[in-house]
Write a protein that binds this ligand. Structure first.
Ligand code: SF4
Ligand code: SF4
Length: 120
């Protein structure tokens, strides 16, 4: 017999890392034009490009949620969106636990170096 225990997350210590940005999934780049689009994303301040553990690519905007309080807690917890309720998925590590992303680019230089390492 097994008993499922609820996962405990260290939210009180983390400062709400997962509430301080939002990210949109984009198609992984394949053509030179696609790679150039990624460069364009990264030329903007407070934008990151991420690759998650499944190989999905995301564009992330560093902007805190309007419902994030100064104490680092959600001010509308009962009405938070489904994405917030289901994060992190399953046993995946959240931002504070090591992150969901295997690659993170914040500048065009980092992205160019990654392309070179990966034969792009
Ligand atoms: S990043 Fe993890 S520990 Fe921090 S608030 Fe989000 S779920 Fe909690
Ligand atoms: S709605 Fe609440 S839980 Fe969701 S991102 Fe905003 S502050 Fe965080």
């Amino acid at each position: 017999m097994s008993r499922k225990t609820k996962r405990t997350l260290p939210c009180a210590q983390c400062g709400a890392l997962c509430c301080r940005y939002m990210a949109i999934e984009v198609d992984p780049p394949e053509t030179e034009e696609d790679y150039d689009d990624v460069r364009w994303y990264l030329l903007h301040r407070n934008v990151r490009v991420l690759i998650d553990r499944e190989g999905d690519w995301l564009v992330a905007f560093e902007t805190p949620c309007a419902k994030l309080g100064p104490d680092g807690r959600c001010q509308d917890y009962e009405n938070r969106p489904l994405l917030c309720r289901s994060y992190p998925h399953g046993n995946e590590p959240c931002e504070f636990e090591g992150g969901m992303f295997v690659e993170e680019f914040t500048t065009v230089e980092e992205f160019a170096a990654w392309r070179q390492r990966n034969g792009g």
